[in-house]
Write a protein that binds this ligand. Structure first.
Ligand code: SAM
Length: 429
């Protein structure tokens, strides 16, 4: 900005240096961001060039208290806000700063490098993700239109599982819709919700909830933004139909191939009599509905304007595909993030990565749980926002996200950067 202002004012570097009584080298370091001016210097420069000293001060890291407050309470959007206010669009580099020690994708390394010149700037202490304790419906209602680029989420489907009395029983380890299955192979398994048959009334209540949710998600997503929504084969219609009604296009389903230990496939109390009968297939997959808010014009136009409309390829030669082998969430991850529905990082990193075709934008998880989506976003270098209504799960997520994001190939926690190279995405299985 300083250089632009100087050139626009028709002042040569040497002339400005002599008026300020500083060296040309110092000015050149200011213009390339290698050093930051004092507040007094900003005012003097702005006066000579007839430039906006407030804008220059912000770029020099001297944020007025009210601006600092706004930015601190909106860390995810802060840099876009600053960039849009003070910088030329084409000079803007995607934000890859993080708070967890994991760096962004290898291809973002250059961008990180260019931003490191601002390392003393208070903007750099802003975080890559934001967590919100609250009801996502309320949050979505307040959120501006077209301000989220993808949603990756795993909503609650039981009407009772996440009610206060049931969560109390889950936490006490007895009774309720949650049951602790017997230990298996020496490992105590995580609680699973009992198979509960939803009445017509329950189903209507869920459909109403998702209808409201889908309309709000439609509003906050940019055109071309994708939604990955976890479900199961028995209830997927309860979320898919409201998504279509809200205006989304169905773009397929991601099949997470996962063998669970859930039983219930034989006729109850008559399994000896009907030993050759299975009542319903034992599920070996988990569907993730894939939806898209319609693009504005052609996909290529939408990609240019909103950075959305498609999915990110695994590599130039390999498209993202819709069947992903997975495994139940490992005990190591469960120990970091004790939540009954925790999704595994190996899988989450693959779908979160695919959600932003140009690796640019904000991923939202409105049902954050223990934060597996947000951790995956950190691991692949994306900005994200997670919302969780339950204070205890929220606390779990806040503590777990940095640790899950740092998990490396062999599952141990490490401060080594997590990369998004193909191997690290897949070896976590
Ligand atoms: C199925 S779990 C998500 C688990 C998550 N995928 C993970 O890996 O930890 C759904 C979560 O949504 C939360 N939740 C339910 N209703 C909510 C609402 N209206 N707003 C925000 N969070 C909600 C529940 O407390 C629960 O933690």
């Amino acid at each position: 900005m300083l250089r632009r202002e100087r050139e626009a004012a028709g002042v040569a570097l040497s002339a400005l240096a002599s008026r300020l009584k500083v060296t040309k080298g110092y000015l050149s370091r200011l213009e390339t961001g290698k050093t930051l001016p004092s507040a007094d210097m900003v005012v003097r420069i702005a006066k000579i060039l007839g430039a906006d000293s407030a804008a220059l001060s912000v770029l020099a890291g001297q944020l007025p208290a009210d601006v600092q407050e706004i930015l601190q309470s909106h860390p995810v959007e802060a840099l876009d806000l600053l960039r849009e206010s003070y910088s030329a669009r084409d000079e803007a580099a995607p934000i890859c700063h993080d708070s967890v020690g994991a760096v962004g994708p290898a291809e973002a390394a250059g961008e990180l490098g260019t931003r490191s010149e601002l390392s003393d700037n208070s903007v750099m202490s802003l975080r890559q993700y934001e967590t919100v304790l609250g009801d996502c419906l309320e949050w979505l209602a307040e959120r501006p239109e077209s301000s989220i680029h993808a949603v990756v989420t795993d909503p609650p489907y039981g009407l009772r599982e996440y009610t206060e009395p049931e969560k109390a029983k889950l936490r006490a380890g007895r009774g309720g819709v949650w049951r602790i299955p017997p230990s298996f192979d020496g490992c105590t398994r995580a609680p699973l919700p009992r198979f509960t048959v939803l009445t017509d009334q329950d189903q209507q209540a869920l459909a109403d909830f998702f209808a409201r949710w889908a309309r709000l998600v439609f509003k906050v997503l940019v055109p071309g933004g994708h939604v990955f929504v976890a479900t199961n084969p028995l209830v997927s219609q309860l979320v898919y139909a409201p998504m279509l009604d809200a205006g989304f296009e169905k773009r397929g389903e991601i099949i997470r191939l996962v063998q669970t230990l859930r039983g219930g496939d034989r006729p109850k109390n008559a399994h000896k009599e009907f030993s050759g009968v299975t009542v319903m297939p034992r599920s070996a997959w988990e569907p993730w509905g894939l939806f898209r808010k319609p693009c504005e014009g052609r996909v290529q136009d939408n990609l240019r304007k909103w950075q959305t409309g498609g999915l990110r390829r695994i590599s130039a030669d390999q498209p993202f595909t819709d069947v992903i082998k997975s495994a139940p969430t490992r005990n190591g991850e469960r120990a970091i993030a004790p939540h009954p529905s925790l999704k595994p990082q190996a899988f989450m990193r693959q779908i979160v990565r695919a959600a932003l075709p140009l690796a640019s934008g904000i991923v939202l998880d409105p049902f954050m749980g223990a934060g597996s989506t947000i951790a995956a976003a950190c691991a692949v270098g994306y900005r994200s926002i997670g919302i969780e209504m339950d204070p205890e799960f929220y606390r779990v997520a806040v503590a777990a996200i940095p640790k899950l994001a740092r998990l490396t190939l062999n599952g141990s926690e490490s401060c080594r950067p997590v990369t998004t190279s193909q191997s690290s995405l897949f070896l976590l299985h």
